[in-house]
Design a protein around this ligand. Sequence first.
Ligand SMILES: NC(=O)c1ccc[n+]([C@@H]2O[C@H](COP(=O)([O-])OP(=O)(O)OC[C@H]3O[C@@H](n4cnc5c(N)ncnc54)[C@H](O)[C@@H]3O)[C@@H](O)[C@H]2O)c1
Length: 388
Amino acid sequence: MQTDQRFPVGIIGSGAMGSGIAQVAAVAGHDVIVLDSNPAALEKSKQHLAATLLKLQEKGKLPDAQAVIDRLSFTADNGALAGCGLVIEAIVENLEVKKKVFAGLEQVVSTDCILASNTSSLSIASIASACAQPERVLGIHFFNPAPLMALVEVIPAVQTRAGLPEQIKDLMTQWGKAPVIARDTPGFIVNRVARPFYGEALRIYEEGIAGMATIDWAMTSLAGFKMGPFTLMDYIGHDVNYVVTETVFQSFFYDPRYKPSFSQKRLLEAGWLGRKSGRGFYSYAEGVVQPEPQKDEAAGRKITERILFMLINEAVDAVQWQVASAPDIELAMTKGVNYPKGLLQWCDELGADYVLAGLDALYNTYREDRYRASALLRRMGIEGRKFF
Ligand SMILES: NC(=O)c1ccc[n+]([C@@H]2O[C@H](COP(=O)([O-])OP(=O)(O)OC[C@H]3O[C@@H](n4cnc5c(N)ncnc54)[C@H](O)[C@@H]3O)[C@@H](O)[C@H]2O)c1
């Protein structure tokens, strides 16, 4: 694959992610072949992409929508992917199904075609193991909606050949994205480091320290996040957000830091999936009066600090375990989930010793491994070091 050439790109799966990635690749100048086993999904993707591209042209954000539409083709036939230089898979999050698709794909494409998965939670090594040439497989993880979110996590598996991640990183930059390289570990960067945003908020809520509206108010008004944790969980959907937490928890050999919450599990079991089902933590029925936050600033600061200490600890731990470089972790959290500031910079500003003292106080109160400080944070706190 020559990254400076506009080789054809194949996208398998024409759902939310596949359609978004197809748009990005076609706007970047590639011919894009979108494949789906469900004809209705293909038709929906085709209509949606044409409408979106024309709207972008109307708004002056795209010079020639029709040229981009003409570069997109839709098919249910694997053989149509034969000439692709890169194929990105974005089908259902199921390892066995993905493995089958990758094995079948290798029967069709040329030996120098790169194969990528957009998986959020499965190991790239296990997907690559289905291939005769696993060295050409890696993760290219986009965020939803792919055309708007700049971050792309590029994830080499143990089998991936040297140089390929950097080549894909260059390609993603050409596509206008902000790529980072992440180790093939559960949740990669964003879905690991962001866990306490939900988990610690749920814990504060379950202990009755504050209600969800108060926690949401504190995290937005006092800490500067765009959405509070409960509003965001409702927005993402508990079917997605809870399942990611549970997968990360299981994949980390049941590390208590990632332990899921019963309140969220019950919502999922009740079918209260959030905004999309009309009810989650909040009700979205018309005329419903939402709970009011208690705007006590001192109490609010305690809430934001507790969640922030846990988030910073997670980011520092990701540096410690070489999940990614410190600048890539900063880029991931600001571009992938729009955090108001990088967590390592936040650590520098607060002081590693201050964050460490906060975590140690939580640990001493609860005596739970959940609140153990990262060894790197402890060293930095003791030595008074900064990341940047
Ligand atoms: N939705 C997100 O926020 C998000 C973000 C990042 C990554 N991801 C990952 O991207 C992938 C796709 O997610 P999505 O939300 O777009 O899913 P989706 O359900 O919207 O779309 C999946 C599509 O794949 C098709 N499909 C299923 N099995 C197939 C097969 N064997 N061959 C061809 N097509 C098949 C389905 O018909 C469907 O159209 C998953 O691995 C998910 O974990 C999702």
